[in-house]
Design a protein around this ligand. Structure first.
Ligand code: NAG
Ligand code: NAG
Length: 427
């Protein structure tokens, strides 16, 4: 229903846009050292590895298979382009995990100098980017077909499985390949949820993580103000039966429509840009001040990148139930069969012994200050809680914000450096 609504909006604006003269793209600046994208329309059509190559950064693609058969694609920028670019030097590993409906492209789409992955590579880190099952890059399985018409078996997962199964598989691979024993973790939004799932359900993984930096942390959702998730929450326990009726297990996959719509309607000179921005708002919060509208076509070329309905339903359950629990199977009986209790168990945050830093903002609809405070109190080893010093900073600004580097990334990098120095002292 939501998806249908979105497509109607898109179709309407595409129809209107056709009347507007679409001028040819003049600028073919090949200024590779630019801080920004050289061509946002081109960037919209390139995938993450092509983007990284375009900006002349080293990139590796790694494929891992989880114990339950999901084939995941990871992207690595092993070293810097302009600085820290000796390939033979060993460097600390930083693992980046994207949010709901996103992908590794989040970390590079804003271009060199602005994208978190590029900045970290220039600062001397070995950067690994994960992709959760079901997104553009990890939409594969040894046996199950994500596009099967009669079965949604592929899509029977929430962020519980991403945290318990995908993350450890990818982290182990990054450690093994880089020859390191421990790494630093940066997650955005769902990338923080999945971390809390991993380190509470499989506490042995705490030993492998030197420090965790949660950008827009999402665990408790009692105060959530995201309209999409609020809409879902009353149906969170039966959304799947509705979905099964129409045979949809997947939600908002990125496809040619979005890329094309992004290019057709979201250009600077097109009057319908506010509508494009609203699509983003639905997903991640809106903030004029930090939002570079020129980048919209590029962003919409990569997000939304797909997710399962269960991921959304699981968040909806957190809003309705005000607790951070495992996925509710929909009935007391099936919960009992799965968990041995009528209610899904709570994730035990006290088991998380990784030093955790939370970075949050005053106006993030998905990570409300009160929810962040509660998370901080209940974590096993919370070290720091930092409010971004800009009141209007919103959920997607944590990766796309015009001033994210100055307001956020620099601090995260300083914290990682300090924690890394400590880690070596310990050893
Ligand atoms: C927004 O992005 C465009 C294209 O990458 C860039 O030229 C421009 O300088 C950016 N604006 C700001 C305020 O960062
Ligand atoms: C990304 O682009 C590369 C190079 O064109 C291609 O080999 C790869 O299959 C693409 N990946 C996806 C997920 O489309």
């Amino acid at each position: 229903m939501l998806r249908g609504g979105l497509l109607v909006v898109i179709a309407t604006c595409v129809a209107l846009t056709a009347a507007v003269e679409t001028d040819s793209i003049k600028e073919l600046l090949k200024n590779f050292d630019s801080r920004y994208s050289t061509n946002v329309f081109e960037d919209a059509t390139l995938n993450a590895t092509e983007l990284i190559r375009k900006y002349r950064y080293p990139v590796e693609v790694h494929t891992v298979t989880t114990e339950d058969g999901y084939i995941l694609e990871m992207h690595r920028i092993p070293h810097g382009r302009d600085a820290n670019n000796n390939p033979n030097q060993k460097r600390p590993v930083v693992f980046l995990m994207h949010g709901l409906l996103s992908s590794s492209a989040d970390m590079v789409i804003m271009g060199p100098g602005s994208g978190l992955a590029y900045i970290l590579a220039e600062e001397g880190f070995d950067v690994w980017m994960g992709n959760a099952r079901g997104n553009t890059y990890s939409r594969k399985h040894v046996r199950l077909n994500p596009d099967a018409l009669l079965s949604t078996a592929y899509w029977k997962f929430s962020w519980d499985e991403i945290g318990r199964i995908d993350l450890p598989t990818m982290i182990d691979h990054a450690l093994k390949t880089s020859g390191q024993e421990r790494l630093h973790y940066i997650g955005h939004s769902q990338g923080t949820t999945t971390f809390f799932v991993l380190t509470s359900m499989r506490p042995e993984y705490n030993k492998k993580i030197i420090s965790m930096h949660a950008l827009a942390p999402v665990a408790y959702m009692a105060h959530n103000r995201n309209p999409l998730l609020m809409f879902i929450s009353p149906y969170a326990n039966n959304i799947e039966s509705i979905a099964n009726l129409v045979g949809v297990g997947e939600f908002l996959t990125n496809n040619a429509i979005y890329t094309w719509a992004g290019q057709a309607m979201c250009r600077d000179e097109v009057v319908f840009q506010p509508l494009c921005s609203n699509i983003l708002f639905l997903i991640g919060g809106w903030n004029e001040q930090e939002h570079n509208a020129t980048m919209l076509p590029a962003i919409l070329g990569h997000a939304p990148a797909g997710a399962s309905l269960r991921q959304l339903a699981h968040y909806g359950q957190g809003i309705a139930g005000k607790e951070f629990r495992r996925y509710d199977q929909g009935s007391r009986l099936s919960n009992y069969r799965t968990y041995g209790s009528f209610k899904p168990p709570r994730y035990d945050l006290s088991k998380i012994t990784t030093p955790v830093f939370l970075h949050y903002s005053d106006s993030d609809p998905l990570a409300h200050v009160n929810d962040v405070d509660r998370l901080f109190r209940e974590l096993g080893r919370p070290i720091g809680k930092f409010r971004v010093p800009l009141a209007s900073f919103s959920h997607i600004d944590f990766l796309y914000g015009i001033n994210a580097r100055e307001l956020l990334f620099n601090r995260v990098i300083n914290l990682i450096r300090a924690m890394d120095a400590n880690a070596f002292d310990d050893a």
